[in-house]
Design a protein. Structure first.
Length: 144
């Protein structure tokens, strides 16, 4: 049975900022030019992650339940990737938030991907320490 079949019968939990407002946004991680949206299997794990984000001066976050297919469709339309965080996985948030969000509901996903490639080529990861990138990479590899 594939992962998507396994999770399609249940809800997943995602971290949102400004939930139920016009400025609502979903938390994502940028890694090697890819935008990853975390879908937590368990609400407690998502809540723990949201609390850790707030402790690192991210905006106040909330956790919402969604059908995994809805998140996967959103990610596909926005040029993001949905990643399932399995029960009990302790995932540490990045040490700093991006200063400016990149979400634009009217943007073309192909244009977004092209811009991200250009940005990566310019060295957009210069601000992230090698240790921080290795830690994030290790955590995400555990998810896959």
């Amino acid at each position: 049975m594939s992962v998507s079949l396994t999770i399609s019968a249940m809800s997943v939990y995602v971290v949102l900022f400004n939930a139920r407002t016009e400025n609502e946004g979903i938390h994502s991680l940028e890694m090697e030019g890819r935008q990853l949206v975390l879908m937590f299997e368990v609400e407690d794990d998502a809540t723990r992650f949201a609390v850790m984000l707030e402790a690192q001066d991210f905006p106040t976050a909330s956790v919402e339940a969604f059908d995994p297919e809805e998140i996967e469709e959103f990610c596909e339309s926005a040029g993001y990737e949905a990643v399932l965080v399995e029960d009990g996985t302790l995932l540490m948030p990045p040490e700093k938030a991006v200063e400016e969000t990149t979400w634009n509901p009217d943007a073309d996903p192909n244009e977004i991907a092209r811009l991200k490639l250009e940005e990566t080529a310019k060295g957009s990861f210069q601000d992230a320490s090698s240790d921080e990138m290795d830690q994030i990479r290790a955590q995400l590899e555990k998810l896959l």
